[in-house]
Ligand binder design. Structure first.
Ligand SMILES: Cc1cc2nc3c(=O)[nH]c(=O)nc-3n(C[C@H](O)[C@H](O)[C@H](O)COP(=O)(O)O)c2cc1C
Length: 160
C-alpha cells in the first residue's frame, strides 16, 4: 500500500508530527509547498496535516495548497487528516484548519477515515468537529505534548 503524508508547517511542530506519522505508516512525506496534484493522486492512502493560524485559518502554504488539491481527482480515495492547534489560547477555533481540509477533500469525493473522540481536549468550538467527533487526529503540542505519542500510535493503527 502506498501512503503519502502531505503537511504544511510554520514553526516545525506539524513537520515533526508528520515525520512520526509517516514513520508509522511507511509513507512518503511531502511538504505542501512542493506538492503537485500527482502527489495527492498517486497513493492508496492520503494523509494531510495542517496547523491552524490566524483565527481558524489554514497554515500559509496550505492556502495555495488547497488549489493544488482542487486539481486532483480524489473520488473514492481514502484520506486521513491531522491537525495541530492550541486549545488554551484558541479555544473557539481549535484545530479549525482540519475542518477546512475536511470540506475540501469531501468536495473532491474523498472518503475520510480516522475520526477521533473529542474526549481529553478542552475547547469551546471547532469546525473540525462533525457529528460530535473530530474528523481526524488532533495534536496539541502547546498544552498536551505528552499525549501525542500515544495519540499518533492509536490513530495510525486505526487508519491502517
Ligand atoms: C498567530 C497564531 C495563531 C494561531 N491560531 C490558532 C487557532 O486559531 N486555532 C488553534 O487551534 N491554534 C492556533 N495556533 C496554534 C498553532 O496551530 C500551534 O502552535 C501549532 O502547533 C503550530 O504548528 P507548526 O509548528 O507546525 O506551525 C495559533 C498560533 C499562532 C502563533
Amino acid at each position: 500500500m502506498t501512503v503519502h503524508v502531505i503537511y504544511g508547517s510554520d514553526s516545525g511542530r506539524t513537520r515533526a508530527a508528520a515525520g512520526k506519522i509517516a514513520a508509522k505508516l511507511d509513507a512518503k512525506i511531502i511538504n505542501i509547498s512542493d506538492a503537485t496534484a500527482a502527489d495527492f493522486e498517486g497513493c492508496d492512502l492520503l494523509v494531510l496535516g495542517s496547523p491552524t493560524y490566524g483565527e481558524g485559518d489554514l497554515q500559509a502554504d496550505w492556502e495555495s495548497g488547497v488549489d493544488v488539491l482542487g486539481e486532483a481527482d480524489l473520488s473514492g480515495k481514502r484520506v486521513a487528516l491531522f491537525g495541530l492547534g492550541d486549545q488554551s489560547t484558541y479555544p473557539d477555533s481549535f484545530a479549525d484548519a482540519m475542518g477546512t481540509l475536511y470540506d475540501a477533500v469531501v468536495a473532491k469525493g474523498a472518503e475520510v477515515v480516522g475520526f477521533t473522540d473529542t474526549k481529553g481536549y478542552e475547547f469551546e468550538g471547532s469546525t473540525a468537529v462533525r457529528d460530535g467527533q473530530f474528523v481526524g487526529l488532533v495534536l496539541d503540542q502547546d498544552n498536551q505534548a505528552g499525549k501525542s505519542e500515544k495519540r499518533i500510535a492509536a490513530w495510525t493503527s486505526q487508519i491502517l
